[in-house]
Design a protein around this ligand. Structure first.
Ligand SMILES: [Zn+2]
Length: 265
């Protein structure tokens, strides 16, 4: 009996050590679903969503999972590469709420690709000196029903009134179009507004939290939770939260990230 218990302990210890090795490793080799390269992923941060930079396209875990979900959504066959989406679906009208990053670097080759950022000193719909369009997600300047796909990564937690943001995205999407997005979603709680905006006044209901965002200052307005489905449903979206799997980690160094696939119905 003693021997069985000791063997069980040893197995548990080995499993824990294997898990520890995985999360303490500095480099992995694997395939990048975003750029399509066989590559090396290097640990750059303790945050598993934001680390393991691809040596080819500098994507992080989160970027790669967005790419993989997009490829599956548009039925692009393996091997994975976001460049294949550009080649196989040149018709797509895409709006991305960022003017930089590895997803942007690939999708900008689409004829129907528009991106933007937010600048305090540029009118909405106009461009700054570098030619980057300024948009406010709560009041987009695009006409109705023009996009097949909207992509936002870790933006909605920073939107003052996320309700207006979802309304605007629904407005500019074609029927059946998709909003593919990430937020740091907490599956163990309901959505919580850290800051309520009433009559344009900001009421802080929790201590201020900032994410490193050089453009907007990174103040977090909302912690999204497991009820995000219901919120999206109230704005006319059918949604699914896709979590990465162990295989995504094994092959693509994708960890601890979910992507929300939200379709205008
Ligand atoms: Zn890559």
């Amino acid at each position: 009996m003693k021997r069985i218990i000791e063997r069980g302990r040893m197995k548990l210890r080995n499993a824990l050590n294997a898990g520890k090795a995985l999360f303490t490793a500095e480099r992995y080799s694997g395939s990048c679903p975003l750029c399509g390269c066989e590559t090396i992923f290097t640990k750059t941060s303790k945050n598993l969503r934001e680390t393991f930079s691809c040596a080819c396209c500098h994507s992080y875990s989160r970027n790669r999972f967005v790419a993989k979900v997009l490829l599956d959504l548009f039925h692009i066959p393996p091997p994975y590469s976001l460049h294949k989406l550009v080649r196989m679906r040149p018709d797509l009208a895409v709006y991305e709420t960022a003017s930089y990053g590895p997803i942007h670097n690939v999708l900008k080759d689409l004829k129907g690709y528009i991106c933007s950022d937010f600048f305090y000193d540029v009118p909405f719909g106009a461009c700054n000196k570098k030619g980057i369009r300024c948009e406010n997600i709560e009041a987009l300047t695009f006409p109705d029903g023009v996009c097949d796909l909207v992509i936002s990564q870790d933006v909605f937690e920073h939107v003052r009134l996320y309700e207006k943001g979802f309304q605007e995205i629904s407005r500019i999407l074609k029927n059946g179009g998709f909003h593919i997005f990430t937020v740091p979603l907490n599956p163990f709680q309901k959505t919580f507004k850290r800051i309520e905006v009433r009559n344009n006044e900001e009421i802080h209901l929790a201590p201020r939290v900032y994410h490193g965002d050089p453009v907007r200052g990174g103040l977090v307005y909302t912690d999204f939770g497991i009820d995000l489905h219901e919120i999206l449903s109230s704005f006319g979206f059918s949604s699914e939260i896709q979590w990465c799997s162990g295989m995504d980690g094994f092959y693509h160094a994708i960890y601890w990230v979910c992507v929300i696939v939200s379709q205008k119905i």
